[in-house]
Design a protein around this ligand. Structure first.
Ligand SMILES: [Zn+2]
Length: 121
């Protein structure tokens, strides 16, 4: 039996933390973009810094989405089950990343698929 109350608290806290960080990263990224127009000489440096903030922001946005989905699964009573095959997700795994929607098997399968370049004909 999954201690849903414990995970809900953690997920709600994460939602706030990641949400706040995401806002900060996007704001910093935009600031860098503004700096570019002020001083074109530092364009590439500012560009790089901006895209770094945006990449971090993108990662956080992905996790934030997963956190929100996990909270929905808590409401549905499907939290702690793999969204692909319904297999129970290992408790250690849930402790490390309570937002994960996959069991270890599917995490690996999907990660491998995502990293493979799209085949072209
Ligand atoms: Zn699975």
């Amino acid at each position: 039996m999954v201690d849903t109350q414990h995970y809900r608290q953690r997920l709600v806290r994460l939602e706030h933390q990641i949400g706040a960080r995401l806002q900060r990263e996007l704001a910093l990224g935009r600031e860098q973009v503004r700096d570019v127009s002020r001083d074109a000489a530092d364009e590439s440096v500012a560009d790089e810094a901006a895209s770094e903030y945006f990449i971090e922001g993108e990662l956080d946005a992905t996790i934030l989405q997963q956190v929100e989905d996990a909270l929905k699964r808590l409401d549905d009573g499907t939290f702690g089950q793999c969204t692909v095959d319904g297999a129970p997700i290992d408790a250690k795994r849930l402790d490390a990343m309570p937002w994960t929607p996959y069991c270890l098997t599917h995490e690996h399968l999907l990660a491998a698929r995502a990293q493979r370049p799209t085949p072209t004909l």
